[in-house]
Design a protein around this ligand. Structure first.
Ligand code: BES
Ligand code: ZN
Ligand code: ZN
Length: 497
């Protein structure tokens, strides 16, 4: 999709559609919409008076051959209350515009930015919404919806003095959204098309194209490093594991600057292993690599945005399969850190592979860690598909930075407690630790505590994205399937250090 700025006055634009947004108010015909209304001889005022046009969030009003405009259509999208308007709403509006217009076979349209946000934030949100909204998960359909794609969008409504800032926002938004779609593409791949080896190849290709250093650890190097926890999960599969390491080094690094380690769970398929999952819904476990795909997408964006901080992405990739060689409940494994683990449930495999990846990230020099993982079904019980679960180590200032980025980007995240009492739940009977809690409940927290034991004193954040990485139903602004959640927040976090 081409996104460009258009400086011609919008009434004279010959386009398939002119899109803008309307705030909910006693009189929604305000600001730029009032100009359009004047051009259209009061038509919008009439619609508002009759109650058809209210400005309620994501309300659609589509007019054909609007008077006073050269555009073939005028699409007005409700933006909700003006004082609650933010980048998240604008992103949804832009995404919904792209999705609804392409369903009508529109290929090119103009998007008029209204008031309410800085030019930079507005252009970024519009670009992100358009590009993520246009993404489809129909790669393997022979009768493709993607033939219906938006070719080009012109952004209207930015004055000459606003343009430099808006251009910056547009560029940033394009990079972030394209990286998010890269992540979503990976997450959408079924496990037969995305084994750990194939994921590593794709990561390597991305890194080379983006100009990032890349190192792929194969099963031999993984064994040499004594990553016993990762290997215990991988041993049940004929597909060998990989650890993908992607590194961004800025041109200038300060001596005492932090080094960020981004660790992402990539179980390319989670059957549960010997503690096998029920058949119903098991197909969804192809998205158990979403944490890893997110971190690869973040690295892709970082390579283009060039922040001033060194970032190391570490993605442990494996299948979790039952089989003659699979690990069994009660088996005791030794992690790379030297800690011993009693594997009471082979389905709690994410924390095992993250344990070794975190140890390795620290060995590579990471001073601040974030991991992302589809770790627990329990997070869906706690937060549904609305908030990402956030867990932190004792250094709350690191977690606060992430939460600030989450607020700035409008990706909903919620921190859960990490009291010492929960730590008791994973004390082992026959080894240092056990991989599931012995107490009742708190499943997401005990999972987090298990990982935290390996982070040790290094400031660390864990994001449980099991509930938010996959969209079960199509949304007006987003296709069904992978969401690419947490990428925007992490890119913002790294950019703000
Ligand atoms: N990959 C699952 C978690 C998951 C559940 C992701 C639902 C996406 C949607 C994870 O490996 C798992 O199976 N966790 C277990 C942990 C339990 C055995 C302590 C779970 O949540 O049931
Ligand atoms: Zn599992
Ligand atoms: Zn899993």
């Amino acid at each position: 999709m081409q996104i460009t700025f258009e400086t011609k006055p919008y009434p004279t634009l010959e386009t398939e559609a002119l899109v803008t947004y309307v705030f909910e108010a006693y009189d929604p015909i305000q600001a730029r919409v009032a100009d359009i209304d004047r051009a259209a001889a009061g038509l919008l005022k009439k619609l508002a008076a009759s109650g058809e046009l209210t400005g309620k969030t994501l309300e659609f009003t589509l007019l054909h051959a609007p008077a006073g405009l050269k555009a073939e259509r005028l699409l007005l999208i409700g933006a909700g209350k003006r004082d609650q308007f933010n980048v998240a709403t604008l992103r949804k509006i832009a995404g919904a515009a792209a999705r609804s217009l392409k369903a009508k076979s529109v290929k090119n349209f103009a998007f008029l930015a209204n008031e309410g946000l800085s030019p930079e934030d507005a252009a970024q949100a519009i670009a992100e919404g358009l590009i993520t909204g246009d993404f489809e998960t129909d790669k393997y359909k022979t009768d493709k919806k993607s033939d219906k794609r938006i070719d080009s969008v012109s952004l209207v409504g930015f004055s000459d003095s606003e343009k430099p800032a808006a251009e910056k926002g547009l560029n940033r938004g394009q990079i972030i959204a394209e990286s998010q779609n890269f992540t979503r593409d990976l997450v959408n791949e079924p496990s037969n098309k995305l084994t750990p080896r194939i994921l590593a190849e794709k990561a390597e290709a991305m890194a080379r194209e983006a100009g990032l250093a890349v190192d792929i650890l194969d099963e031999k190097r993984i064994a040499d490093l004594k990553m016993g926890a990762l290997l215990s999960v991988a041993q049940g599969s004929v597909e060998p594991p990989r650890v993908i390491v992607v590194t961004y080094t800025p041109a200038k690094v300060k001596a005492d600057a932090p080094v960020i380690g981004l660790v992402g769970k990539a179980v390319t398929f989670d059957t549960g292993g010997i503690s096998i999952k029920p058949a119903d819904g098991m197909e969804k476990m192809k998205y158990d690599m979403a944490g890893g795909a997110t971190m690869l997408g973040v690295m892709r964006a970082i390579a283009a945005l060039k922040p001033n901080v060194k970032v190391i992405g570490v993605v442990p990739a494996t299948e979790n399969m039952p089989g003659g060689k699979a690990q069994k409940p009660g088996d005791i494994q030794t992690a790379m850190s030297g800690k011993t683990i009693e594997v009471l449930n082979t389905d709690a495999e994410g924390r095992l592979i993250l344990a070794d990846a975190i140890t390795y990230a620290k060995q590579l020099g990471a001073t601040h860690l974030v991991d992302a993982a589809t770790l627990t079904g329990a997070i869906v019980v706690a937060l549904a598909n609305v908030n990402v679960g956030v867990f932190g180590s004792a250094d709350q200032s690191w977690t606060d930075k992430l939460l600030a980025s989450s607020r700035a980007t409008g990706e909903k995240m919620w921190q859960l407690p990490m009291d010492d009492e929960y730590r008791e739940f994973i004390k082992g009977s026959f080894a240092d630790m056990q991989n599931i809690g012995s107490g009742k409940g708190g499943g997401s927290i005990t999972g987090a505590w298990f990982i935290r034991e390996f982070a040790g004193d290094t400031p660390w954040i864990h994001l449980d994205i099991a509930g938010t990485a996959w969209n079960d139903d199509v949304k007006p602004w987003l296709a069904k399937g992978p969401t690419g959640v947490a990428l925007r927040t992490l890119v913002h976090l790294v950019s703000s250090l």
